[in-house]
Design a protein around this ligand. Structure first.
Ligand code: NG1
Ligand code: ZN
Length: 527
């Protein structure tokens, strides 16, 4: 380590005094103006992580669905997963070190993790379309190079595309080529083959309207469209040419406000979807003849996907275990439908995709989705090999196995991915001959409400049981229990956000009015 150079460069990326930030559910996130030092330091940390794992590490600059003025950064581990928890702690420590302590913290991390400093380091970078992202990613590069790391800057990418690149690079190209072209080809090939397998391709001109949240999704869909235009035509809205990122549009807006995105013209019963600002989340929706919005969220996506996979497994005749992973935000109706009607085991983890991803890896086939539309399906290596073998057969079994093999290729195995998920959903709808209305009608969501509460210190709230029960402050859980008892089919919980300085309140009940008032009453109990 050239210690002198680190000190010198670090001074150009000085930490605002008194600022402390934590590596949360999705890395660091705050107003972009406060992030320059974080970016430089995450460049440094990525180099240590790369030396430690002897692998390529990813650094993504994005604040996803948060406002355009915000930004953020997260590190991507060798197999495309989120950063290991012990390194999240190192990240927080390094981020909050005062200038004079930087070298000591770097040395501490290297010693604790026995990092071989002679080892090479390689970092790949990606960023979203925020005005602040380009400059911030230059600061990451500054951190990488000052520690002697090599890098490749993919510049504009969706978050899941960068996860894909990292995964490809660390698996010797077995998963795919680590280029945009490789990504587009892999997904579109699988999609087009699936579409060809549909017995009646039905409406030949399938099209879907996409709200791109004025973000990177628009750019990347435009780039990719020509690869699958024979099978699906897209009409893009909020493509970033006029509106502001995530403002009154995008998956998070549609899901939390349960409102149509602005900037989109839709007719009744048209199939539409919304991406979030970095294109790792997707929700579907349509308006019925009465102008009423029907939201099809991550829970319903998980239901569609897992029921399709379960049927295919039956046809293939393999008894492989399949599990669905949700969080406490999953609508109660979805959990009931999955368990009681579809007879699929459902597991609940803490919020944050790393928890869901980890749990999903325990199954032959693990389907995970957050209600907000972030998710994917994971297939074990053994399943992949088995299915590829069976796909060689020329009978009905072989046909089902071929379909499954294409689905495996179409799902991003490294991270939840709006583009990949959209193609999977579109393919399943064609293959099953389902309309968006029929899909929506699988079950009826319980009315629900999510609220944010500003408190002096959100850390006073701690939780257990996958965040469904509050442990502290004392008395809070009892108060929630008493409120829930007043309503029918009710459920409510509170948890501190990992990405914003707020406490989130969730409530569901038999009517929207009741869900709203339960959420409101619980938010008063939080103060
Ligand atoms: P926090 O802020 O910890 O609730 C939010 C989402 C997560 C996840 C992360 C990362 C909700 C309720 N929470 O986390 O699901 O997507 O952002 O972006 O939607
Ligand atoms: Zn996102």
């Amino acid at each position: 380590m050239d210690l002198e150079a680190v000190t010198k460069h670090s001074a150009f990326h000085a930490k605002p005094s008194g600022l402390t930030l934590q590596y949360g559910t999705a890395g660091f996130r705050t107003t972009a103006a406060h992030l320059d030092h974080i970016m430089f330091r995450m460049g440094l940390l990525a180099v240590l992580r790369s030396k430690h794992t002897r692998s390529t590490i990813g650094v993504m600059v994005t604040a996803s669905h948060n406002p355009e003025e915000d930004n953020g950064v997260k590190l991507i581990d060798p197999l495309g997963e989120m950063l290991a928890p012990s390194w999240e702690e190192h990240a927080t420590c390094l981020a909050n070190a005062e200038e004079q302590d930087i070298l000591r913290v770097l040395t501490d991390i290297s010693e604790k993790e026995s990092v071989d400093l002679q080892q090479d380091a390689f970092i790949v970078l990606g960023r979203d379309t925020r005005p602040s992202s380009e400059k911030l990613s230059q600061s990451v590069i500054d951190g990488v190079t000052v520690l002697g790391g090599q890098f490749h800057d993919y510049s504009l990418l969706t978050t899941p595309q960068l996860h894909y690149m990292v995964y490809c690079r660390n698996t010797g190209g077995q998963y795919g080529k680590a280029t945009i072209e490789g990504y587009c080809q892999k997904l579109s090939k699988a999609f087009m083959e699936l579409i060809k397998q549909a017995s009646c391709s039905g409406d030949e001109n399938r099209s879907v309207k996409v709200d791109c949240a004025n973000g990177i999704g628009a750019l990347k869909l435009k780039e990719m469209q020509r690869y699958f235009s024979q099978g699906l035509s897209l009409q893009l809205f909020n493509d970033g040419t006029r509106g502001k990122l995530n403002h009154l549009c995008g998956a998070d807006f549609v899901k939390t406000h349960q409102k149509l995105p602005q900037g989109m013209e839709i007719k009744s019963n048209e199939r539409c979807c919304s991406f979030d600002g970095d294109a790792d989340r997707i929700v579907y929706f349509y308006c019925d003849a009465g102008g009423h919005l029907h939201l099809i969220d991550g829970d319903k996506i998980a239901t569609l996907v897992s029921s399709f996979l379960k049927e295919l497994l039956l046809e293939v005749g393999e008894s492989l275990n399949i599990g669905v992973v949700q969080t406490a935000y999953a609508n109660g109706s979805s959990t009931r439908y999955l368990e009681e009607v579809m007879k699929v085991p459902v597991y609940c983890t803490k919020t944050g995709v790393k928890h869901l991803h980890h749990k999903a890896q325990e199954f032959d086939i693990g389907v995970y989705f957050e209600a907000n539309g972030h998710g994917t399906a994971l297939f074990s290596k053994a399943v992949e090999v088995k299915i590829k073998q069976l796909a060689e057969l020329e009978d009905e079994k072989g046909k089902a196995a071929k379909m499954l093999a294409n689905i495996i290729n179409l799902f991003n195995q490294a991270a939840g991915d709006a583009i990949s998920d959209m193609l999977v959903i579109e393919a399943i709808l064609v293959l099953k001959g389902l309309t968006v209305q029929q899909w929506d009608a699988l079950y009826t969501d319980l009315p629900n409400r999510q609220l944010k509460v500003k408190v002096a210190d959100r850390r006073v709230i701690s939780t257990t049981d996958a965040e469904r029960q509050a442990v502290t402050p004392p008395g809070l859980q009892e108060a929630i229990n008493d409120l829930v008892k007043k309503y029918k089919l009710a459920r409510a919980f509170v948890r501190p956000s990992g990405t914003e300085d707020v406490v989130r309140v969730y409530a569901e009940a038999d009517s929207q009015e009741n869900a709203d008032s339960l959420a409101y009453e619980v938010s008063l109990a939080v103060y």
